[in-house]
Write a protein that binds this ligand. Structure first.
Ligand code: BGC
Length: 756
């Protein structure tokens, strides 16, 4: 049996305990609800674990040399168990029937096994969840049945503020209290951002026991001792509540103490079952709104989709428009909780077309980030607004670290240049935002986004340099999406997005008569028009290939088979440093291929195919963003079998059991958004073109059917696709027509069915 069992379309399980793979399971089975996340570490401690709990938006920058990061919270998840004074651990004794399961439908983690050592024998069951109905709540339950000799069981748990982000203590010394002889309380503040946070917990045993509260440095815990006779059972329940000064509902100091404790006392008597049911119901409401189902020969296809959907909701702080999604969600310390272009190009479409209200919150984050983006542009001597490559809290500005991994040639830390010259994010923000505005038709969002478009356009115009000899504007010295080529001129993806942004700004300016902001841009219009007209857009060469940048096509080609065959990503970095890789025709991820997807109407089929043939064999997919972009593009170029193969490969990024360390620092958010795009936009063939909904499915032969729900233009449509029919049902709102397989049909009834 493999290391992971794929039980059904909602559940996976770890089938045997291994210290080596703790980090992987902690990440992929992270508990979360968009407000907070808890990595699925075991209750008992292991040396190789990464025990993290994050609350969205609680960033801290420990020192000026370090970058701002999501602070690892004081821990509430550790529950040490001792048996007659000996710490229980799966590293000793004999464990049988081990199973650690995660249910992506209701967010619940369950672990159970039998364990024995000498005369001792027990059956253990652990359950936990982060509540989707009360986003401040995490609940743990442990049941132990004694199958051996009588024993004294001691549980030791509480709130432990000694936890750090890989050694960096982001919280000040805390204050601790024991209230009403039962509630543990700890309050503290982040060291630099000075955000107050409070945690309270209540631990309950269902049998008579002795309870001893203890305070240690930075922690407050309770020891609970029970004499467990042979055949007897004990059940522990722990409810933990977390609140912070950055909560939308924060109302002053009382909120962090009085209100927190009052709430805890109100739920203290509720059983695990009741609280879990409430949470499961909230999850189910989410699934009902975005109903989607793949009926495939391989249940793993649907599992992958549900895994992606679970994490997209667990990681997305859509309750607060000052927050956005991290590149690893909040499932680990990787990328420090920072937001990238991953949101707009890969993740946002899922929310735009399924949960439009959530999408609007993510777009508002960029509107709210305008002041910082303007300051960023100014600092870099540009005009307008330059969105940071990596962003965190709105006022943090550019959050990209300066140094990264080892340079294989010099042995030093490699510089990270993305924060300095990977600028396409300012175009991506506009692209994603406009797509959301088009789909939701929200007039207020449209007005509020106007300034983002105008300021982004001003940035691009000031970022472009006039080349007198060629009489054109150029964008020099950038990194495009393919981060294996640094310091390049006229990256096609970047230039097309810059032109798109400026054109959209001009369009919005002329269309938007009532906007009071409009007048301030009057003086820029001639300038923006001139740059738009003369901005250089790399066009296909005689072989129909669009040059990725000015020099890419002239660079050396090497045999890449060794890297394609490798099970790990980034192995080219073991042979070459970044400067050397930059001089080769090798791509980390989709670049031109992505450009062709964002602007499909601009390029004909032959051009699309020629670029696939050229770039695909040179792309190592060393970024998790790459496979889903390629899957979609393979479908655009009618390569359904290949697209399905890529979809299958995407499974390996986080869920697979081939590379058991790929998710140690967290799962890959953009890939998750990409998975939904593959299913609905790719195989499901859903697009919006010139204000028409079009459905042109391309189901792989392994799929018997696909159903999905999309919301667009204030209407909700359910699409059911089988091998022989395409049925569309209007669930909400109205829609005048729909284009199915190229044919425009009037939507005058509730449902339309077409034979294929
Ligand atoms: C990719 C970027 C991406 C970042 C965060 C990098 O490896 O090259 O495109 O934004 O990861 O996911």
């Amino acid at each position: 049996m493999g290391k992971i069992a794929y039980i059904d379309k909602w559940r996976i399980a770890e089938t045997s305990f291994s210290e080596k793979y703790l980090a992987k399971f902690e990440s992929i089975m992270t508990l979360g609800n968009g407000y907070l996340t808890l990595r699925n570490t075991h209750e008992e401690v292991y040396p190789t674990e990464h025990r993290n709990m994050f609350v969205a938006g609680i960033f801290n920058r420990f020192s000026p040399e370090e970058t701002t990061e999501l602070a690892n919270f004081p821990d509430i998840s550790k529950i040490e168990i001792s048996i007659d004074g000996q710490r229980f651990s799966l590293l000793s004794g004999e464990t049988t029937n081990y199973k650690r399961e995660f249910n992506y439908q209701n967010g619940e983690a369950i672990r159970s096994f039998d364990w024995k050592q000498e005369e001792y024998a027990f059956h253990f069951t652990f359950r936990k969840f982060a509540s989707m109905s009360n986003k401040h709540l995490i609940v743990h339950e442990i049941k132990i049945k004694n199958l051996g000799k009588d024993a004294r069981i001691t549980f030791e748990t509480g709130i432990d503020g000694t936890y750090t982000n890989s050694g960096t203590q982001n919280f000040l010394e805390n204050e601790r209290r024991f209230f009403d002889n039962k509630y543990l309380y700890l309050t503290t503040k982040t060291t630099q951002s000075k955000v107050s946070v409070s945690l309270a917990c209540y631990t309950h045993l269902d049998v008579p026991h002795v309870s001893i509260p203890q305070m240690g440095r930075r922690k407050i815990i309770e020891k609970k001792q029970v004499e467990l006779k042979s055949d007897q059972s004990v059940c522990l329940t722990k409810q933990s509540l977390i609140k912070t000064q950055r909560d939308v509902k924060y109302s002053g100091k009382d909120y962090l103490q009085t209100e927190l404790l009052t709430e805890l006392s109100q739920i203290a008597d509720q059983s695990y079952e009741i609280l879990q049911k409430e949470s499961a119901k909230a999850w189910q409401d989410i699934w009902d709104q975005g109903e989607i189902e793949i009926d495939s020969e391989d249940v793993k296809d649907n599992l992958l989709l549900n895994f992606a959907r679970y994490h997209l909701h667990a990681m997305s702080p859509i309750h607060d428009d000052r927050l956005n999604i991290g590149a690893k969600g909040m499932t680990g310390e990787g990328y420090k909780g920072h937001t990238f272009w991953d949101t707009e190009i890969f993740i946002l479409p899922y929310f735009t077309y399924t949960y439009p209200e959530f999408a609007k919150s993510l777009v508002r984050y960029r509107i709210n980030g305008l002041a910082a983006a303007k300051a960023n542009a100014k600092r870099n001597n540009y005009r307008g607004a330059q969105y940071p490559w990596e962003s965190a809290w709105l006022s943090d500005g550019e959050a990209t670290p300066k140094l990264g991994g080892v340079d294989i040639v010099t042995g030093k830390q490699s510089p990270i240049l993305t924060g300095l010259i990977e600028h396409h994010v300012t175009g991506d923000v506009v692209y994603g935002g406009l797509q959301c505005i088009e789909a939701t038709q929200d007039p207020k969002l449209k007005v509020d986004f106007f300034e983002v478009i105008m300021e982004a356009a001003r940035f691009w115009a000031s970022r472009s340099v006039y080349n007198k000899i060629k009489d054109r504007y150029e964008i020099l010295d950038v990194i495009g999406p393919d981060e294996y080529t640094e310091h390049v001129d006229n990256n096609a993806y970047t230039n097309y997005l810059a032109k798109f942004t400026i054109d959209e700004a001009l369009r919005a300016y002329y269309a938007n008569d009532e906007n009071s902001f409009k007048v301030q841009y009057q003086a820029d219009i001639n300038w923006l028009t001139e740059v738009s007209e003369k901005l250089y857009l790399p066009i296909p060469n005689s072989a129909n290939v669009i040059p990725q940048d000015d020099t890419f096509l002239k660079k050396e080609m090497i045999d890449l088979s060794k890297y394609f065959e490798s099970n790990s990503i980034g192995t080219i970095g073991l042979d070459y440093n970044m400067e050397q890789i930059s001089n080769l025709q090798v791509c980390k991820q989709a670049d031109v291929i992505l450009l062709l997807q964002l602007f499909p109407e601009k390029f004909d089929y032959q051009t699309k195919l020629a670029n696939w043939d050229y770039y695909y064999p040179k792309t190592l997919h060393d970024s998790s963003l790459s496979l889903t972009s390629h899957c979609n593009f393979a479908l655009i170029t009618n390569q359904i079998d290949l697209a399905y193969k890529m979809f299958k490969k995407t499974f390996d990024i986080d869920l697979g059991d081939r590379n058991m360390n790929s998710s140690d620092d967290g799962i890959h958010s953009a890939s998750l958004g990409g998975i939904w795009q593959n299913v609905v936009r790719g195989f499901g063939g859903f697009t919006v073109q010139d204000f028409h909904v079009t459905i042109t499915p391309k189901l792989p032969k392994q799929w018997r059917s696909l159903s999905y729900t999309v919301s667009v233009f204030n209407a909700t449509i359910k699409v059911d696709i089988t091998k022989t029919t395409i049925k569309t049902t209007l669930k909400k709102g109205t829609l005048s027509d729909i284009v199915i397989n190229g044919k425009t049909l009037n939507f005058d009834k509730e449902a339309l069915s077409v034979e294929v």
